[in-house]
Design a protein around this ligand. Structure first.
Ligand SMILES: Cc1cc2nc3c(=O)[nH]c(=O)nc-3n(C[C@H](O)[C@H](O)[C@H](O)COP(=O)(O)OP(=O)(O)OC[C@H]3O[C@@H](n4cnc5c(N)ncnc54)[C@H](O)[C@@H]3O)c2cc1C
Length: 430
């Protein structure tokens, strides 16, 4: 069975690895970019994704340059602590939560894909531009191959096309032609990476501020042996619709905007000043859709469920999608049944997270606190009860399907190759 994947982002690479793990060997990724590069900076992977990466055998190289996140803290913009909760193993999960540099994650995944499926498994400069179901129940995929001497248009045939081509997915656009551009929520994000002295536990993730002024910080690599400093990822958000392109103006704006954000444990202006580059872009998502499966084409990751970056769920869920889809393909009676099982398991759950992230997921408690005490507080219990705080956090964990007991008890998506229906006679006729 030949499977093509559009996009070599976290979703596409995880899918290739997951398919290989259950016995598919004819798998190829078409990536539109000239080379594999990671857009963005740091990333938090929740324990449900780390479990899948562990079972795919890439935990060790990943963890070698990552931080095991031990706690999440939410601070009022005046510096008062609103909420603190343990994370990963500290919260009872059997797998850790990992903060990583995106480039590191992408390199680890791409290296494993090439090692297991061959150097040719990832082809760059290959943009999927359209597809059609063929009479033989396969899929023909229109690809634009960009070369230095011009573009070539090609047609590739496969039994299945998995669209992991991100929020601007061409495959999704073909089936939802009226959808248009992603939806912006009126917030502009700054994203940067700086070297800084370890703060709090050295493995803490902190959110400072509220919907109108927010900064998220967490380290993504162990401290450097020489300097003792850590690579720290930071994401800021402000209400705005205009994106600034000039790097120095971006930095000046960020410094001005956060001048009144203050915590005792981090020098915020130094963090922003130390950032090599600062990217700026709008916060966007799309409305949930009703179908991810179109004949022999299926959506996955951001192509299926683009969501606001609240609660560390986008890439996390793309990795889980990959495993669920591969498991279904390896264990269902036919490809059609497998695709429907994948959609049934993932689509409703992801739609709930998309909606919840519009309310900013668990971080919405700091908005509540800001509304009730805009100038800060002496005693947080006078502003919001412990019960209310617990409810917000627990509700989100429930929506995401990542409560410790649930994840720890869930059977693995690993399928032994000997029992995978794909390893013996490939079911191209299914
Ligand atoms: C500020 C910010 C912070 C975030 N933080 C987190 C976090 O902490 N934790 C978390 O889990 N998630 C986080 N996310 C979300 C996460 O980045 C995305 O959900 C995740 O990267 C989606 O992966 P993907 O592979 O589906 O899509 P993408 O990463 O977008 O990859 C798509 C790939 O497809 C390629 N492509 C596009 N079009 C085509 C085409 N037509 N043909 C072939 N290739 C194509 C692209 O070049 C790209 O390589 C964050 C997002 C943002 C914006």
């Amino acid at each position: 069975m030949r499977i093509l994947i559009a996009g070599a982002g976290i979703g596409g690479l995880s899918t290739a690895l997951s398919l290989e793990a259950v016995g598919f060997s004819d798998v190829q990724i078409f990536e539109s970019a000239h080379e594999l590069r990671s857009v963005g900076v740091g990333l938090n992977l929740l324990p449900n994704a780390v479990r899948e990466l562990t079972e795919l055998g890439v935990f060790d190289p990943l963890a070698a340059q990552a931080v095991e996140t031990s706690e999440l803290l939410l601070f009022h913009r005046s510096g008062g602590l609103v909420w603190r909760e343990p994370r990963g193993r500290a919260a009872g999960y059997a797998w850790p939560q990992l903060s990583v540099h995106r480039a590191h994650l992408q390199n680890v995944l791409a290296h494993a894909v090439r090692e297991r499926l061959g150097e040719d498994a990832i082809r760059t400069n290959m943009r999927v531009v359209g597809h059609a179901t063929t009479r033989s129940k396969g899929v023909s995929v229109a690809v634009r191959h960009d070369r230095t001497d011009g573009a070539i248009h090609m047609e590739e045939h496969a039994d299945l096309l998995i669209a992991a081509d991100g929020i601007h997915s061409a495959v999704r656009a073909q089936h939802y032609p009226d959808e248009g551009e992603p939806l912006a929520n009126g917030l502009i994000m700054w994203r940067g990476m700086s070297r800084a002295a370890p703060f709090l536990t050295g493995s803490s993730m902190a959110v400072i501020g509220d919907m109108h002024k927010k900064l998220v910080v967490y380290p993504v690599a162990p401290p450097d042996a020489g300097t003792g400093k850590q690579l720290v990822n930071w994401v800021g958000a402000r209400p705005d619709t205009c994106v600034e392109r000039d790097p120095e103006t971006v930095r000046r704006h960020a410094l001005e905007f956060f001048h009144d954000l203050s915590v005792t444990w981090l020098d915020i202006p130094s963090l922003i000043s130390a950032s090599e580059t600062i990217m700026e872009h709008p916060m966007q998502d799309r409305d949930p859709v009703t179908n991810w499966v179109f004949g022999r084409a299926v959506l996955l990751g951001d192509a299926a469920h683009p969501m606001y970056p609240a609660g560390s769920n986008g890439a996390t869920q793309a990795i889980v999608d990959a495993r669920v889809l591969a498991h279904a393909l390896a264990t269902s009676g036919s490809t059609e049944t497998a695709l429907m099982a994948y959609e049934r398991e993932r689509l409703p759950a992801m739609s709930r997270i998309q909606h919840s992230n519009r309310e900013m997921g668990p971080e919405r408690v700091i908005d509540l606190v800001h509304q009730r005490a805009p100038d800060g507080f002496v005693d947080i219990n006078q502003v919001i009860s412990e019960e209310e705080l617990q409810t917000v956090s627990a509700t989100y964990a429930n929506i995401g399907g990542f409560e410790p007991e649930e994840l720890n008890a869930r059977p693995s998506y690993t399928v032994e190759r000997s029992t995978s229906r794909r390893t013996a006679s490939e079911v191209t006729s299914s």
